[in-house]
Design a protein around this ligand. Structure first.
Ligand code: BGC
Ligand code: BGC
Length: 618
């Protein structure tokens, strides 16, 4: 009897234990996929609110961080395991960070590994994967590389802008990317800046014309675009930046100019629905933008009503006030930055946010604001759904023809003493550092961060475009000079990005250019054959000393991979359309003059803003 009762009690206890273990396993499963507890009929706002109620402070801190994808060649970055462990909200591939093999499959595999890692984190919230696709999906081999923005400002064609944005988004979508650190919508002042080519020129009204279609196009295919760099990035004063030059320096901007010329561009981007805004490395009136709470939290978010997320620039926290990293992170978060681009120090950032919260320096409201914005964007672009990537379709006819059209429309004819158009029967010498080089004509942010000369990706050089379209002989050596009717000299800048591209003197053979530019220009100025000069440069390098020897002058900026667009116009199958997007200085002392300057006198410059000839000037 006693024995039977004992067995009975053991049985009950045993079944109780089984039930308990079962329940625990069930709960555990629920924990690994918390999304399933969100009622399906909820709106995005309700879902986001649900997360805010249910995420731990650690999970929230993780969402606020963007780390770089770790590579085996130099970038410490984050591994998929880190993404899982820290609940990281985002991963980026910075300039030149590309998987091996560098093709659509390689990118898809990489993106998927990181996405799966995020889905296995304690929150299960998917990452948003970011990349700089600033003139096409430029880290990807064989992507279509469009002209850099400065050429698109010369073209000033809103429909074209939309088409370029959409084609870029399409190639990004193929590779599983969802966040593009583009468009750069800054306007410039000093032409010595290394990032001139990334901007829309010096006239805010050109920028205003292009921002809406560009943002809209870039946000096709569930992409999030990023308007950058907020604010005044192109207005830094020479001497205040890195190495005593310009990039990341201090911009002096009056309150009037800020409200009349600079902020409206961001209003236009917000109107267009831009999902993210990146803060500038530069300072505004001596305050580092990354700590400028009044402009970010008050002006941008409250007054201008920006609802997307604000992202910091690459390791920009380093430059803000604070005696240690934790303090700097606290300052940056409190300034209103929602996502911290901390490529390598993501773990420290994570602990700094948590410590800042625990010590009472960062409020829960600020954290919830940041996380809500990030999650809202993630819902809006469908990251919580099963992703269905378009299959590989690079170098398709549509994208290539948009790029070629963009090249044609971006060309600006500055001078023409009957040297152009070319006849298809003429014999030509085509020479110069930019004449036959995909890397040079594409510039910085192509395959690598800085870009590089050489056949770094698929495309058509300017020389090849001419060869394809002529019946005459095309020579490429000075030794053949006597055989030709006309000379086409393609002067160029070296590919460069950010401060590496700052040029203290804008000279043709200076820090950012080639000695060969001057050597060839001098040699060819002495001959009496029509000399056509094409500039493959982001900046207006000084030409004043040589201009009288040049019969025709064309600004081609950085046209990208579809160089045949240049020949289309040289042979007059199409007319020139582009207008100079900045003032072309006659002297170095005019480098920072713009059309916004009071008493701007067009006659003072080699070519004024907006200048551009056509074959048919009627
Ligand atoms: C640049 C940004 C870029 C970021 C990520 C920074 O150095 O200033 O324009 O989006 O790196 O590559
Ligand atoms: C990255 C770029 C980034 C730069 C900032 C580079 O290592 O590749 O994406 O813009 O650092 O300094």
């Amino acid at each position: 009897m006693m024995k039977a009762r004992k067995i009975m009690r053991r049985l009950i206890l045993f079944s109780f234990l089984i039930v308990l273990i079962g329940t625990l396993i069930a709960c555990r499963q629920e924990q690994t996929d918390p999304r399933e507890s969100i009622p399906t009929e909820m709106t995005i706002d309700e879902r986001v609110a649900w997360w805010i109620d249910n995420l731990t402070i650690e999970e929230k801190a993780g969402q606020m961080i963007q780390a770089e994808r770790s590579t085996n060649n130099g970038i410490t970055g984050a591994t998929p395991q880190d993404v899982k462990n820290y609940n990281l909200g985002s991963v980026l591939n910075g300039g030149g960070n590309r998987p091996s093999p560098n093709n659509v499959t390689g990118w898809q595999t990489m993106a998927n590994i990181f996405r799966q890692a995020s889905l296995q984190s304690s929150s299960g919230i998917p990452i948003i994967y970011g990349v700089d696709a600033v003139h096409g999906h430029n880290n990807l081999l064989n992507a279509t590389i469009f002209p850099h923005n400065i050429g698109l400002a010369a073209a000033n064609n809103p429909d074209l802008m939309f088409a370029i944005g959409e084609a870029t988004a399409y190639e990004m979508a193929q590779t599983g990317m969802h966040l593009n650190f583009s468009p750069s919508i800054g306007i410039i002042q000093d032409k010595r800046w290394g990032r001139v080519y990334e901007t829309l020129g010096e006239d805010p009204s050109v920028a205003m014309n292009l921002i809406d279609p560009y943002v809209t196009g870039l946000q096709s295919y569930n992409m999030a675009a990023t308007a950058k760099h907020f604010i005044g990035d192109g207005y830094a004063t020479f001497g205040t930046g890195i190495d005593g030059m310009l990039d990341r320096g201090n911009a002096v901007i009056s309150q009037d100019d800020l409200y009349n010329f600079h902020l409206p561009k961001y209003e236009a981007a917000i109107q267009a629905g831009v999902k993210s805004i990146m803060i500038s490395y530069s300072s505004l009136n001596n305050v580092r933008m990354h700590q400028y709470r009044m402009i970010i939290q008050t002006t941008l978010k409250q007054e201008m009503g920006f609802k997307g997320f604000v992202i910091s620039d690459y390791e920009a926290t380093n430059d803000v006030a604070g005696s240690n990293f934790e303090q700097k992170i606290i300052t940056t978060v409190n300034a209103g930055i929602d996502m911290l681009m901390e490529p390598n120090r993501f773990a420290e950032t994570y602990h700094a946010i948590i410590a800042g919260y625990n010590k009472g320096f960062i409020s829960i409201d600020r954290i919830n604001d940041a996380v809500s914005r990030i999650l809202t964007v993630k819902y809006e672009i469908g990251l919580f759904d099963d992703l269905d990537l378009p299959s590989e379709d690079l170098r398709n006819e549509n994208s290539l023809s948009i790029a070629r059209q963009a090249v044609r429309e971006s060309l600006v004819l500055l001078k023409n003493d009957q040297a152009l158009p070319l006849q298809k029967s003429e014999n030509l010498l085509v020479i110069g550092p930019g004449s036959h080089d995909i890397g040079i004509q594409s510039g910085g942010w192509t395959i690598t961060w800085q870009g590089s000369p050489g056949k770094i990706t698929e495309g058509t050089t300017i020389l090849e475009g001419i060869q394809q379209q002529t019946t005459g002989q095309v020579y490429t050596s000075l030794a053949d000079l006597d055989k030709v009717d006309k000379v086409i000299l393609v002067l160029a800048e070296r590919p460069a990005a950010e401060w590496f591209g700052d040029s203290p003197d804008l000279s043709l053979n200076g820090r950012t250019a080639y000695q060969e530019n001057i050597d060839l220009l001098v040699a060819l100025s002495a001959i009496d054959k029509p000399l056509i000069v094409i500039m493959v440069t982001g900046k207006p390098l000084l030409l004043t000393d040589y201009i009288d020897h040049i019969d025709a002058l064309v600004m081609a900026f950085l046209p990208g991979t579809e160089g045949a667009g240049v020949a289309d116009v040289l042979f007059s199958d199409f007319d020139f359309k582009g207008k100079l997007p900045y003032t072309y200085p006659r002297f170095l002392s005019q480098a920072a003059d713009t059309m916004l300057k009071p008493n701007y006198n067009p006659d003072d410059y080699l070519y004024p803003f907006g200048y551009g000839l056509r074959y048919n000037n009627s």
